[in-house]
Structure formats: structure tokens, C-alpha cells
Design a protein around this ligand. Structure first.
Ligand code: UD1
Length: 385
């Protein structure tokens, strides 16, 4: 009897869950092919708190992971190594034809390298993003993952340009759009139907997120940023769902003394978070994905970084890089409050159908769906980058 085609889809940390959901949903639509295709979801357990992980599965309507590696926190080397050791065993047992990884977290890097060394095909979703900032662990993860992946699914043409400039053959690149936006569009109505938390009014509050190690791990970097947030909050209420890393730092550096206009809350799950962002008058963040979500929601986004791997959110979208100088952060926030963002547009193929394109391409790679992209099918035969 002919062996089923087997896919392992990997997620590890909070931003991964929104990216894999549309892929899992699209695979589920091909139920009729399921005697020929087996798809399993592997959670590495890099994020493990209910608020950073489990709540997202229920919000996004994805089934519980088939396999949980439960690696937990650690140094970069410890975390990456634990995922590699555990995932190698999974690959040996499951014998997948393809491993699908998303984003740029340690789990993405660990699973792509492990699979490729076992001779398993790897597809990277959200390939080709580059901040050119090698002090970001995510940049190292992106470059290494792209280097070993057989098939590179990109969110925009600039990411494709980055890959081509690095010498990647065009056969390995497939511009499919943005699965994080699939998830946003699918859940937006549900998010908008939630009531706003008591005391907040539409377009009369800001949302803050902050968790990059370079911004939160030292008092010298966190204190001025928190000062800027307090100055903004003196003019308009600010909701700040706090990442565990940031809460630890705020506690350690004695910064938990703040005015009544800052609402520090636990990390929110997906739908309540989108509900807030879509009704805010601005977002102040150092996240990657939020730059993209605000572009589609047409909410001004002020990014507290000096670079971005997502420049299309600045050129087409609503994003402004404000760096980490508190005076500049405050003045740009006030400018956004007074004048809004001006014209912006939504990048091509950020249309809610990216998960479908990816699954069509992957099925074509294993010879199942004729509707898949021909280039992707060709790429499956490209064993060595
Ligand atoms: C990771 C990703 C980052 C992503 C972010 C989103 C890497 C290199 N970084 O960073 O790209 O933007 O997730 O959140 O993969 N912790 C908990 N509970 C959890 C998870 C983490 O308490 O469920 C705490 C631990 O103390 C841990 C710290 O948060 O040491 C940092 O977690 P970690 O996964 O190492 O990195 P993030 O900063 O979350």
C-alpha cells in the first residue's frame, strides 16, 4: 500500500500560533485527502504559560497539539538545544515528508536545522525578512532558517528581494502573503463584538507592548521607555499587557510605581488583544507582528526600535520607527493623536488567503493537489539550496 504523505507543523512561542492557525485550518479543509495526508501539530513548549500559549489555541480554534515537547525557558543555547534533541526523536518516529516552520523564534531555528540534517524537506513561512541587526536573536534565527529551508514562503516582494540578493534560487521562493493577516481577518468581527474594558472609550486610549531583550533587560533601557509611556499616559489612558520578561524587569528595577492612567494587565489572549488594538487611537510597541496587524487595521503604530524587518509596514502601512529616545517617542505619539497617520494601504496578498496558498503549494509538492503552485512543486525537487 502507498505510504501517506506526512507533514509536521511546528509552533513554539506566542507569535507562532497566529501564523500556523490558517495553515492548520486549510489542511483541515482537505479532509477528503486525509487517507493520503497526515498532518500533525508539534508544540515545542517554548512558551508554556496559559496566557502565552493555551488561551491562543482556544481563541484561534486550533486543536490541541498532537505532540508537545515541553522544553520551557532557558538560555538561547539551552532552549534551542532542548528543542533539537526532542524534535529529532519526533522526526525519527514520525518520518515526515515535510516540516513546516513559521517566524523567527528559537523553535523555528531548532526544528529547521534538525529536520534538514535528517534529510527531511523544510518549508519556512515568513521567510526573507531582514532587520540587518545581528544583535537581535530573531535575525540570526531568520538567516539560518532560510539558509537550510527547501521552500521559502514570503509575505511581501521585499522579502523575496532579500532572498534573491542572498543568492537564493527563485525556484525556492513563493510569495504567498501573510498568514498572520489571515488570522486577523478571520477573527476581526468576533474581536469587535467584545465590549471594551470599563472606563475605556473607542479611539480614546493607546495600547503598549514591550518585550525585546534590548529594551527591557536593563534598567538603562527600560526606565526611559517607561518614562515616555508615563508622559503619554498623562494625556490619554494607556493599556499595557505585560509580557512575563517585562514584568520581571519592572519588578527587579523597582518601576512598578506608575500613575492611574497606565493600566498594566496580564498578557491578553488573541481576540481580546485584537479587540483593544482595533479600537485604540495608537499602538506603541517593539513587537514584529503588531506592526503588520496595525497596518491592516489602519491604526497608527509607533515602533520603539531603530530598524524593522518589516519595512513595508512603514512604506505602505501605518508604522513609524520612533527609536528609543523618550522625547521622540512622546512627540511622535502626540503628533499621531493630533493628526492621525495620513494615507496608507494594505500590502499585496495580505488578503486572508495565504494559508490556502501555502497548503496548495505543499500538497502540490507531494503530488496531491493539481491546484498548487507549479513553482512550489518544482522546489520540492530542489534538495540542496
Ligand atoms: C520569544 C521570541 C521572540 C518573540 C517573543 C514573543 C526567541 C528568540 N524570541 O521571546 O521573537 O517576539 O517570544 O513573546 O525565540 N516566560 C514565561 N512564560 C512563558 C514564556 C516565557 O514566564 O510562557 C518568561 C521566562 O521567564 C523566559 C522569558 O519569559 O525566560 C522569555 O521567554 P523566551 O521564550 O525566552 O523569549 P521571549 O522574550 O518570550
Amino acid at each position: 500500500m502507498k505510504r501517506s504523505k506526512r507533514f509536521l507543523v511546528v509552533a513554539g512561542a506566542r507569535p507562532n500560533f497566529m501564523k500556523i492557525a490558517p495553515i492548520m485550518h486549510s489542511f483541515a479543509k482537505h479532509n477528503a485527502d486525509f487517507d493520503k495526508v497526515v498532518v500533525k501539530l508539534v508544540h515545542t513548549g517554548q512558551h508554556y504559560d496559559r496566557r502565552m500559549s493555551d488561551d491562543f489555541f482556544s481563541d484561534l480554534g486550533i486543536l490541541n497539539p498532537d505532540i508537545n515537547l515541553a522544553v520551557g525557558s532557558g538560555t538561547h543555547a539551552e532552549q534551542t538545544a532542548r528543542v533539537m534533541v526532542a524534535f529529532e526523536q519526533v522526526c525519527l518516529e514520525e518520518e515526515p515528508d515535510w516540516v513546516v516552520v513559521v517566524g523567527d523564534v528559537n523553535s523555528t531555528l531548532a526544528c529547521s536545522i534538525t529536520a534538514r540534517k535528517l534529510g527531511i524537506n523544510v518549508a519556512h513561512v515568513e521567510a526573507g525578512l531582514r532587520s540587518r541587526d545581528m544583535s537581535m536573536p530573531e535575525e540570526i534565527n531568520r538567516i539560518c532558517t532560510d539558509a537550510v529551508s527547501n521552500l521559502l514562503f514570503t509575505t511581501d516582494e521585499l522579502a523575496g528581494d532579500n532572498l534573491r540578493n542572498e543568492g537564493v534560487s527563485v525556484d525556492r521562493i513563493d510569495f504567498v502573503g501573510n498568514t498572520m493577516i489571515d488570522t486577523l481577518l478571520r477573527n476581526l468581527n468576533k474581536a469587535l463584538s467584545l465590549p471594551l474594558p470599563a472606563g475605556l472609550r473607542e479611539r480614546e486610549f493607546g495600547v503598549v507592548t514591550l518585550h525585546r531583550p534590548s529594551n527591557v533587560d536593563s534598567v538603562e533601557s527600560l526606565s526611559p521607555l517607561f518614562q515616555a509611556i508615563q508622559e503619554i499616559a498623562a494625556r490619554i489612558p494607556v493599556v499595557f499587557p505585560v509580557h512575563p520578561r517585562t514584568r520581571n524587569s519592572l519588578q527587579t528595577f523597582g518601576l512598578l510605581n506608575y500613575g492611574p492612567n497606565i493600566r498594566l494587565v496580564e498578557p491578553l489572549s488573541y481576540i481580546p488583544f485584537i479587540s483593544l488594538v482595533s479600537r485604540a487611537c495608537f499602538v506603541l510597541t517593539d513587537s514584529g507582528g503588531i506592526q503588520e496587524e496595525t497596518t491592516v487595521l489602519k491604526i497608527p503604530c509607533l515602533t520603539m526600535r531603530n530598524n524593522t524587518e518589516r519595512p513595508i509596514t512603514c512604506t505602505l502601512g501605518t508604522n513609524t520607527l520612533v527609536g528609543t529616545d523618550p522625547a521622540r517617542i512622546v512627540s511622535t505619539a502626540f503628533h499621531a493623536l493630533n493628526h492621525g497617520i495620513g494615507r496608507s494601504s494594505i500590502p499585496p496578498k495580505w488578503d486572508g488567503a495565504s494559508g490556502e496558498r501555502i497548503v496548495a503549494a505543499l500538497l502540490a509538492c507531494v503530488g496531491i493537489a493539481a491546484s498548487g503552485s507549479a513553482r512550489a512543486a518544482q522546489a520540492a525537487g530542489v534538495a540542496t539550496p
